[in-house]
Design a protein around this ligand. Structure first.
Ligand SMILES: Cc1cc2nc3c(=O)[nH]c(=O)nc-3n(C[C@H](O)[C@H](O)[C@H](O)COP(=O)(O)OP(=O)(O)OC[C@H]3O[C@@H](n4cnc5c(N)ncnc54)[C@H](O)[C@@H]3O)c2cc1C
Length: 391
């Protein structure tokens, strides 16, 4: 209907033109495939370069992917991780990875492409501050990312579901085991990623090592460049590691609510709200990056996930186990304390979270005090099926 209004002079290419919903209203834009380098040109280019030493800080999926690709570009890599093992929040993901135009969707008969994912992303980012270039890159490269995980790391992301905010079935995860036991997607991805990073010659993995500072060098023109990192090893010894480039993949800051934390600085309203993040998520990359002059953007965009599980033995625990989007995606419904539905469970996370906070009663804590508003998530046997053994 809306497309029809734009037909004629404005809609010049019926294949490549599509409607973009932005805060300024719908408008026609042209889909442009992003440029890709010819593989043979890439090889020649790399042969002419001296091998670089790259330090990657943070061993979640972003860090391990960067390590694998840096080695392909002939670099040697040192991957520093502050926990005992690689994984980060990436290992906690349970709902799956969104992508459009994948082989998996094609084989399941799902017709989807970048214009749909872009539209859904703009609509989700209520407030309209999405960066057009980033959204376009996310959408048009998403299939490549899924294919990379399938082909490069051997992860069977062949199960599809349609979750909140999406117009199509595009959340990819692993199929259950032969006996029906569900396979946790993030954990599986990180098992494969960990094995790949540890097996590739050219990647040295240093776990239980925490970056403490970026090392700078002053140039003749007065500007500065980052030439390495300082890190503490598991025994508490401080080391300096010099390199040609540092990639910061230290994840978010959802766990840190302490005095002076990024949460207190950028989202003081969320201080004290329980989190599903691991204790490592303290925004180190952002803080150390800012110390050497990096600009930080969108720091207030902290998403409040609507559902996490309340442990009856410890109802006010700060760290909670996620009640993933997929619970609601597979049919779980949210009920208030009167047993009534009060929201569309597959609406945007921001909408569902706000509705719980506005509409539901506070939790009565064992000492008689009042906790935060909460709701029931009710699931029948069919909707529980994909999660048997998970909770
Ligand atoms: C419970 C939960 C469920 C989720 N489910 C989904 C989902 O289903 N689908 C989805 O798309 N997204 C999901 N997400 C979000 C997703 O997991 C993250 O966006 C993604 O994992 C971020 O990857 P990353 O590699 O950037 O960071 P991470 O995976 O968090 O890795 C960062 C790593 O850096 C390390 N680190 C931090 N500081 C330092 C330092 N100073 N020195 C050395 N190492 C350091 C950390 O220990 C950590 O291992 C979920 C998140 C959570 C918390």
């Amino acid at each position: 209907m809306l497309l029809d209004n734009f037909r004629g002079a404005e809609l010049k290419d019926p294949v490549m033109d599509y409607l973009l919903y932005s805060r300024l209203g719908p408008r026609v834009v042209r889909m442009r495939p992003l440029g890709a380098e010819d593989p043979s040109h890439r090889e020649t280019r790399h042969e002419k370069h001296e091998a670089a030493h790259v330090v990657i800080v943070g061993g979640g999926l972003a860090g391990v992917s960067a390590a694998i690709e840096a080695v392909k570009a002939k670099a040697t890599v040192t991957l520093i991780e502050k926990e005992k093992d690689l994984g980060g929040n990436s290992a906690k993901a349970t709902s799956g990875i969104n992508a459009c135009g994948t082989r998996v969707q094609k084989s399941c008969g799902v017709s989807d492409d970048a214009r749909w994912l872009e539209r859904d992303t703009f609509v989700s980012a209520q407030g309209g501050t999405s960066d057009l270039g980033c959204v376009s890159m996310l959408a048009s490269k998403s299939a490549e990312a899924i294919h990379w995980l399938i082909d490069e790391l051997g992860i069977p992301l062949t199960e599809l579901s349609q979750l909140g905010g999406h117009a199509k079935k595009r959340t990819h995860r692993c199929p259950p085991k032969a006996d029906g036991t569900p396979v946790p997607v993030g954990y599986t991805i990180m098992q494969h990623a960990r094995a790949a990073a540890q097996a590739i010659p050219g990647v040295e993995v240093k776990t239980s090592c925490t970056m403490k500072k970026l090392v700078e060098n002053s140039l003749a023109d007065g500007s500065k460049e980052v030439v390495g990192v300082e890190y503490l090893d598991g025994e508490g010894a401080l080391h300096t590691l010099m390199c040609d480039a540092v990639i910061l993949t230290t994840g978010g800051f959802g766990f840190d609510h302490s005095t002076g934390s990024l949460m207190q600085q950028y989202r003081p309203d969320l201080v004290g709200v329980p989190t599903t993040n691991g204790s490592f998520a303290t925004g180190d990359g952002m803080r150390f990056g800012a110390e050497v002059g990096a600009s930080l953007i969108d720091m207030d965009k902290v998403q409040l996930h609507p559902t996490a599980l309340i442990d009856p033995k410890d109802p006010s625990a700060h760290t909670k186990y996620l009640g993933p989007e997929a619970l609601r995606g597979s049919g779980g419904i949210l009920l208030d304390q009167k047993g009534q539905r009060f929201v569309n469970e597959l609406d945007l996370r921001s909408v569902v979270s706000n509705k719980i906070l506005e509409h539901c009663d506070p939790l009565e804590l064992p000492d008689g005090s009042k906790g935060r508003p909460w709701s029931w998530c009710v699931m029948n046997e069919e909707s529980q099926e994909p999660f048997k053994g998970f909770f």
